[in-house]
Ligand binder design. Structure first.
Ligand code: ADP
Length: 609
């Protein structure tokens, strides 16, 4: 009976071992130990079967061969328990820098222990007695084996208890099961001495270990998940780095853009300097576009770019797009043809700024990659229930794109035909961002192009029609000349002196007096002293007390505070406006401050009478 049990157990363990070895495995110490446990179990079961066969074929139980095979089974028990204890140690030690060296130390200790114990088991005498049909081993060798096994079991339990906090619950299961099985074996064997089960129980523990922790598929999935978490962390770090870099770059850019724009408006500027200042304006605009592009792509990749839907005036968007494209055309011999379907509902619900960004990208490319001829910007629509599908197309008579390059268009940092385009500025990010934005808005983008003749980019995006709009349409576009402000005093709070100067000069162009202070503390003191301002422009990122903290403190300490306060920040991430409004600001201005945005803010808060 025992023989058949052992043979079945051996076959099962061989199949397990084959399955384990044939799969791709995680390469770590515990997996290696498990592999040796499998080999060892095969060896133990084979020895067990050999002793059974020797007995069946009538070999004397006290002959050299029989006692050697039996002693090898004893050695197997010791080795198995030693390896198991090593495994428990391996899963319980916290992963630190000296993990490997600690494991190596344990290995050497165990090896020494083995070298010391095994010869005793092999050399010291063992006697077998037949009690009915049960073979009962006796002698010092048996005594040592039992003693050592007992110590090793206690050691495994001790390690598991000592480091239980480090061990995942699932990994402790084989140990619990092992203890229960050993205890049951002890009881069963004391009641039925012929039931020599220990060999099968060790095989069972190996099988249970496979299902609980050592299944290569489960381990690989776990490792993949860990790698994914690591990659996500790295990506987050990259996004944070990029957004802080963008902040750092925007701050000096604010001064460059601000001062060069002011210089351009200076009537006394000699013509010879005008071209150069114009170049500075263009170069800083380009730089800003690059910073925004890198920030956008990293946000999209980190899954942080959100589509923020609001009601918007569709006419306003198209008017701005056309004006912007005309501006970019400059004096290039290109005709801009616009065909905007006038049945498109005026107020739509969607992310107007991202829709604009998509159109700006393809319109700018059309301008960049066309030397002469025309650019046709058309928007058509298909209305179904309350959804308006916008079909936006931009067709140019430019250099065109080779058929084999069309698939590469939307790869980031991919610029095509570089020999022809060396003089055209670009990063290869525009279309990658455009495609991702179109995907995020559940739209489609299609490109048709004939190399040397021109290209056509078509985007289709669904927007909801707003039946009862809450926004005002037909609001006149505010121009500099429309703004008449008299005797207004604006408090500008910014820790950066150059930025204070920029703000002061910019406000000066509207004949607004600016009072500049370098910290939230001075701002609060001024307000407490009873000074009256018509508007506060407050930088957020200031040392010791941020803009948000300053505003909160003002509201706490001056209960009747009602001066409109606008957040000023180089942290131009999407969703920032909402964040600042939620923080109690009345409005938000991104740095570098755009003239149009400043017009809007001044018109809204200072152009009241
Ligand atoms: P960038 O223009 O900054 O290089 P984009 O991602 O906007 O990056 O465009 C990627 C490439 O696609 C460009 O370098 C250019 O070779 C090609 N391309 C884009 N739009 C056009 C177009 N309208 N006509 C010809 N080539 C184009």
């Amino acid at each position: 009976m025992g023989l058949y049990f052992s043979i079945s157990a051996l076959i099962i363990i061989i199949l397990f071992t084959y399955n384990f070895l044939s799969k791709e495995r995680v390469d770590n110490i515990e997996t290696k130990i498990y592999k040796y446990l499998l080999f060892l179990t095969i060896f133990g079961l084979s020895m067990d079967i050999t002793t059974c066969i020797l007995f069946r074929v009538g070999v004397d139980i006290n002959s050299l061969w029989y006692s050697l095979c039996s002693k090898l089974v004893f050695v197997y028990f010791v080795l198995w328990l030693l390896l198991f204890a090593y495994y428990i140690k391996c899963i319980s030690l916290p992963s630190s820098e000296d993990y490997r060296s600690k494991m190596m130390n344990t290995f050497y200790t165990f090896a020494l222990f083995l070298i010391f114990v095994v010869p005793f088991i092999l050399i010291l005498p063992v006697k077998f007695k037949l009690d009915g049909d049960i073979i009962v081993p006796n002698g010092i060798s048996v005594f040592i084996t039992y003693g050592v096994c007992f110590i090793l079991i206690l050691y495994s339990i001790y390690i598991a208890i000592r480091y239980h906090k480090n061990i995942e619950g699932k990994k402790l299961r084989p140990l619990y099961i092992f203890c229960v099985l050993m205890f049951s074996n002890f009881i069963i064997q004391s009641m039925f001495p012929s039931a020599f089960l220990i060999n099968y129980l060790l095989s069972l523990v190996v099988v249970i270990m496979y299902f609980t922790i050592e299944n290569p598929d489960v381990k690989l999935i776990k490792q993949l998940n860990e790698a994914k978490t690591q990659a996500e962390k790295a990506n987050m770090a990259k996004t944070e780095f990029l957004s802080s870099m963008s902040h750092e770059i925007r701050t000096p850019l604010n001064a460059i853009v601000g001062f060069s724009n002011m210089l351009l408006e200076d009537k006394n500027l000699p013509d010879s300097a005008k071209d150069e200042v114009n170049d500075i304006v263009m170069a800083s605009d380009n730089l800003l576009e690059i910073v925004n592009g890198i920030l956008d792509i990293s946000k999209i990749e980190a899954g942080k770019l959100e589509i923020i839907n609001t009601e918007y005036d569709f006419n306003k968007v198209t008017t701005e797009l056309i004006a912007l494209t005309k501006g970019r055309l400059g004096d290039k011999p290109i005709e801009l043809i616009t065909k905007i379907d006038d049945t498109i509902p005026r107020v739509l619900y969607g992310d107007a700024s991202r829709l604009k960004q998509i159109c700006v990208n393809i319109l700018t490319n059309a301008v960049k990659y066309t030397k002469e001829g025309s650019i046709t910007f058309s928007i058509n629509s298909v209305v179904k229930n309350d959804v308006c599908r916008l079909i936006i197309s931009v067709e140019d008579t430019g250099i065109g794109i080779k058929q084999e390059n069309i698939n590469k268009l939307f790869n980031k940092f991919e610029r095509l035909d570089l020999e022809d385009n060396v003089t055209i500025e670009g990063t290869g990010l525009g279309l990658a961002i455009t495609k991702k934005l179109v995907d995020l808005m559940h739209g489609k983008i299609v490109v048709q192009s004939v190399y040397g003749k021109g290209s056509k980019f078509t985007v289709s995006i669904d927007q909801r029609i707003v039946k009862n709009p809450t926004i005002k349409v037909d609001a006149p576009v505010v121009k500099n000349d429309d703004i008449k402000v008299n005797n207004k005093l604006v408090l500008v709070v910014d820790d950066n002196k150059i930025n204070l100067k920029v703000a002061e000069r910019l406000l000066g162009t509207y004949s607004i007096t600016a009072e500049c202070v370098e910290s939230g503390f001075i701002c609060i003191d001024n307000l407490k002293s009873g000074k009256k301002y018509d508007l506060i422009l407050m930088d957020d990122m200031m040392p010791r007390m941020s803009g948000v903290e300053t505003l909160h403190k003002i509201k706490e300490e001056i209960p009747d505070f009602n001066i409109p306060t606008v957040a000023l920040t180089a942290n131009a991430l999407t969703g920032m406006r909402e964040k600042y409004l939620a923080d109690g600001f009345n409005d938000y201005l991104a740095k570098p401050i755009s003239k149009d945005e400043l017009n809007r803010v001044i018109n809204e808060y200072l152009n009241k009478e």
